[in-house]
Design a binder for this molecule. Structure first.
Ligand SMILES: [Zn+2]
Length: 164
């Protein structure tokens, strides 16, 4: 766990990952520390995590974006990751149900909301939202992901205080 900003609760990041993010130039801003309504943005050019509120889920999501920014520059890393999201969408192990449901929506969309899936109109996979979306869906707990995709998260998130 890392207390990386005075307005945020301790977050399940590995201290080494937070050190790396700081070295990379990432800054975190919390606009309204008195609210936990959520919302935020990752600004790649400014390397800025801009959080609307002090919500933990949003902080995990935007920090995952910051981490993935460099990882995804390797085409085989992001292609393998998205293949594993597809596999996760077919996962039947009940331990990973929450993550599997999210991955299913990423692959197939959601007729109830009109969401078309994590694809751009030209068919490009929106891997950065897959990555950050799964991070916040499991609240930074890699144990809630099956082994074939867990490894994409274990350098970023702490694994030691897992309750499974
Ligand atoms: Zn996002």
């Amino acid at each position: 766990m890392v207390k990386l900003h005075p307005d945020l609760p301790p977050l399940p990041l590995r201290p080494r990952a937070w050190q790396w993010l700081q070295w990379y130039g990432v800054r975190v801003v919390v606009k309204d520390p008195h609210s936990t309504r959520g919302g935020g943005l990752w600004w790649p050019d400014k390397k800025l995590v801009e959080l609307e509120t002090a919500q933990e889920e949003a902080a995990i999501h935007e920090l995952a974006h910051a981490w993935w920014e460099e990882q995804r520059k390797n085409p085989s890393v992001r292609a393998t990751f998205s293949q594993m999201v597809k596999r996760l969408s077919q996962e039947t192990d009940p331990r990973f149900r929450r993550a599997a449901e999210i991955a299913y929506v990423y692959e197939h969309g959601d007729p109830n909301t009109g969401f078309k899936g994590m694809f751009q109109p030209d068919g490009t996979i929106i891997d950065w939202e897959q990555y950050a979306g799964l991070a916040s869906a499991v609240m930074g707990r890699p144990a809630l992901l099956p082994p074939y995709i867990r490894g994409f998260y274990t350098e970023l998130f702490d694994y030691s205080d897992e309750g499974n």
